[in-house]
Design a protein around this ligand. Structure first.
Ligand code: G6P
Length: 372
């Protein structure tokens, strides 16, 4: 009902606006004096976090993209091998799992059948299981050894938004905790990273405040038939998520690619007028990917692509090539994605609304898929 939407035009609009709170609530009580406190992980059993030799993430859809960020973060911070598996693929491909594998499932609903069955299968193979979930008392946490709840609040719109950013926050807390108990990050490093996590809600608020200009952009693009999304490193899962949102909500063909993969195929798709969103890494990033992405932009621009850049405040290098620049505040590499995803969520929602579609209940989709 209109009252439940609290004055917003849709649950999705409301839930996008609730993203800063979803992150803040997921962090509450879990950071103290710069250290991460996650007593709920004790349920895994003593010494499990130091004994494991690898982490396997499971998820579907948006949850799997949050898991990809988890892979980048945890390998960097905890130096332990991490893989990401789509739950429905994992179950049917003889994965190599043992009792020193920690399987971390990501699910907003806690009821996704593909993920539930994959968790059960992992347990049969001897793995320890941790659920990162937004729904208290749901099935996947009950089937897992331990649960780390996200506190995004109930998510009603079919397309996930606030649950996604809360998942990233929870996964990062878990990664920092893992890195500290394994002695891979010292207290000062963890304190610095938890401070960056804690800064995200206010930073994300400033991104969401740009919604009117993103909405205008979506209005201009209502007849668009195909949109490409490019990102690299932590921007790559965001490119995938931007494309997923546009497919789900606006029924527009959309694909996300790792920018480095362009020259291996996707660049053939570029023709005059093709809209391409590019998540531009920070020029301050320690991995020097910024000039590589700028050169990708130049290559596709030269072939007529229309560039919609999501770039850090003050990054002027995109200006000569971008048709539109959406700004995000300064954040370090692993934290940028949380800020960069919001414009893409808003874009997909507004484009769907401009086409007269129901953004909360897209055709053919269900909020939680409880069949295989
Ligand atoms: C459905 C929804 C997606 C969601 C996915 C996983 O496909 O449409 O938005 O990302 O399920 O859902 P879960 O509840 O497991 O996070």
């Amino acid at each position: 009902s209109a009252a439940e939407k609290g004055g917003w035009s849709s649950f999705m609009a409301k839930e996008i606006s609730e993203q800063p709170a979803a992150i803040a609530n997921t962090l509450i009580g879990r950071i103290s004096d710069g250290a991460v406190k996650l007593p709920e992980l004790d349920a895994l059993g003593p010494d499990i976090l130091t004994d494991i030799t690898r982490v396997v993430f499971l998820g579907c859809g948006t949850a799997a993209y949050a898991a990809m960020l988890g892979q980048y973060a945890i390998e960097k911070w905890a130096h332990i091998p991490v893989t990401v598996e789509l739950s429905h693929e994992f179950r049917y491909r003889d994965p190599v799992i043992d009792n020193r594998t920690l399987v971390v499932s990501i699910s907003q609903s806690g009821e996704t059948m593909d993920t539930l069955m994959a968790v059960k299968y992992a347990k049969e193979l001897g793995a320890r299981t941790l659920s990162i979930c937004n729904t208290q008392g749901s099935t996947i946490p009950r089937e897992s050894d331990a649960v780390l709840y996200t506190h995004a609040g109930p998510e009603v719109a079919v397309a996930s938004t606030k649950a996604f950013v809360a998942q990233i926050a929870a996964i990062y807390l878990f990664g920092l905790h893992l890195a500290s108990v394994r002695g891979e990050l010292d207290a000062a490093a963890v304190a610095g990273l938890t401070a960056e996590l804690a800064a995200l809600p206010a930073q994300l608020e400033t991104v969401i405040e740009q919604k009117d200009s993103i909405s205008q952009l979506a209005g201009w693009m209502v007849d668009t038939r195909s949109v490409i999304f490019l990102g690299r490193h932590a921007g790559y899962p965001i490119a995938l998520e931007g494309a997923l949102k546009l497919k789900e909500l606006a029924y527009i063909h959309a694909e996300g690619f790792a920018a480095g993969e362009l020259k291996h195929g996707p660049i053939a798709l570029i023709e005059p007028g093709q809209p391409v969103f590019v998540v531009v890494p920070s020029p301050r990033g320690e991995n020097s990917l910024h000039p590589k992405v700028i050169s990708n932009i130049q290559e596709i621009r030269a072939r007529g692509a229309r560039i919609l850049a999501i770039a850090e405040e003050g990054d002027v290098s995109v200006l000569p090539f971008a048709d539109t620049v959406i700004r995000i505040p300064l954040a370090s590499t692993l934290f940028e994605p949380v800020l960069a995803v919001a414009p893409l969520q808003i874009f997909a929602m507004e484009l769907a609304a401009a086409k007269g579609l129901d953004v909360d209940q897209p055709r053919n989709l269900a909020k939680s898929v409880t069949v295989e």
